[in-house]
Design a protein around this ligand. Structure first.
Ligand SMILES: Cc1cc2nc3c(=O)[nH]c(=O)nc-3n(C[C@H](O)[C@H](O)[C@H](O)COP(=O)(O)O)c2cc1C
Ligand SMILES: CCCCCCC(=O)C(=O)O
Length: 354
């Protein structure tokens, strides 16, 4: 391990050097002029930490619980697709690293290792499964059955991708699934081949816009609740109105997110809208946040503003690109250490004090 890589930005800089350009752009990029992507990365600096002192922080506990399950830290791994583009071990390596550190891992529908392979690679780690709703509902239902059977503990339903965001870099690069890789959760080659059809731009956009169900409505959450007993987490909420509708729909948690700036450009940073959502939801369900979390101080700020957990999207991918499982572990350790240090320096013993 290169000891010069001491923060998450160092791992991103390293990934820029080693990944093919279209892969790096796919992972890093956002939608449109990337204003939301940039807000996500800068908005944390608007919030300042008020440190207290002399409160005996010799013993610090960074663990917490999420939907009733113990995790070693309130930092989880957000779902992201196509990990084998970053490293041949793909999502199995990411899940193993998460398991080693007691970190919650969320597997994407668009993974390059299957639901079952990841469950086998990290049998003792806490794992959630992220689902997209397909026009062909049977596809979604089958994925849910497999996730239940394989021991995933919650369903993360992503609601901010009725169509794919306009990702200019992917269009310019004609981004597509490399020929040696497949969408491991699908045996049907025809649909996977849609992701390779990049003559007019992004193959990923062709796939999503052809297959995902853009007619999804709030009442479909009842359909999902009716076909699974897993807790449901709604990912991609950015307004008080939708957070309240989510609570009314009976979901277990709301995940505040703008999809890492990859969907609608011009939306606020997720950390900006967190306080109003927390206030409106008033403790009725758990609230999580992702988008631009890169340092332990960001974790602290999100918790102080009412999030129960934060999630990392790109950082594990940078670790994976560096050295597979070991690199993901290193990235996680860095931010866990930073968070523990922030607790100490602000005179907090645990997330209860934040
Ligand atoms: C390369 C990449 C692929 C992603 N794939 C998915 C996905 O399959 N499902 C999903 O719900 N979110 C996906 N996301 C969004 C992340 O879950 C998360 O919301 C976002 O990356 C958080 O922002 P951050 O990267 O600044 O941490 C993806 C993000 C990236 C960067
Ligand atoms: C099954 C393919 C999923 C592609 C969507 C990936 C995604 O959400 C992203 O941001 O990229």
């Amino acid at each position: 391990m290169n000891i010069n890589l001491v923060c998450i930005q160092d791992f991103e800089d390293h990934a820029f050097k080693v990944l093919p350009r279209s892969a790096f752009d796919f992972f890093r990029g956002g939608a449109g002029q990337e204003t939301t992507l940039a807000y996500n990365n800068t908005a944390f600096s608007k919030f300042k930490i008020r440190p207290r002192c002399l409160k005996n922080v010799a013993q610090r506990d960074i663990s917490t619980t999420v939907l009733g399950e113990k995790v070693s830290v309130p930092i989880g791994i957000a779902p992201s697709s196509l990990h084998k583009i970053a490293h041949p071990d793909g999502e199995c390596a990411t899940a193993r690293a998460a398991q080693a550190l007691g970190v919650l891992y969320t597997l994407s529908t668009g993974a390059t290792c299957s639901i079952e392979e990841v469950a086998e690679a990290a049998p003792n780690g806490l794992k959630w499964f992220q689902i997209y709703v397909y026009k062909n509902r049977k596809i979604t239902e089958d994925l849910i059955r497999r996730a239940e059977k394989a021991g995933y503990k919650a369903l993360v339903v992503t609601v901010d991708v009725p169509v794919v965001g306009i990702r200019l870099a992917d269009i310019r690069n004609r981004f597509s699934l490399p020929p040696h890789l497949g969408l491991a959760n699908f045996e049907d080659r025809n649909s996977t081949d849609l992701m390779r059809s990049n003559k007019d731009g992004s193959g990923l956009a062709n796939y999503v816009n052809s297959l995902f169900d853009a007619s999804l409505e709030w009442r479909d959450i009842q359909w999902l609740k009716g076909i699974t007993s897993l807790p449901i987490v709604l990912k991609g909420i950015l307004t008080v109105e939708d957070a309240l509708l989510a609570v009314e729909a009976g979901v277990e948690a709301v995940w505040v997110s703008n999809h890492g700036g990859r969907q609608l450009d011009g939306t606020p940073a997720s950390i900006e809208v967190l306080p109003e959502i927390v206030k409106a939801v008033d403790g009725k369900v758990e609230i999580y946040l992702d988008g631009g979390v890169r340092e332990g101080t960001d974790v602290f700020k999100a918790l102080a503003l009412g999030a129960r957990m934060v999630f990392l999207g790109r950082p594990p991918l940078w670790g994976l690109a560096h050295s597979g499982e070991e690199g993901v572990e290193k990235v996680l350790q860095i931010i866990m250490n930073e968070f523990e240090s922030t607790l100490g320096l602000s005179d907090s013993k645990s997330d209860q004090d934040v």
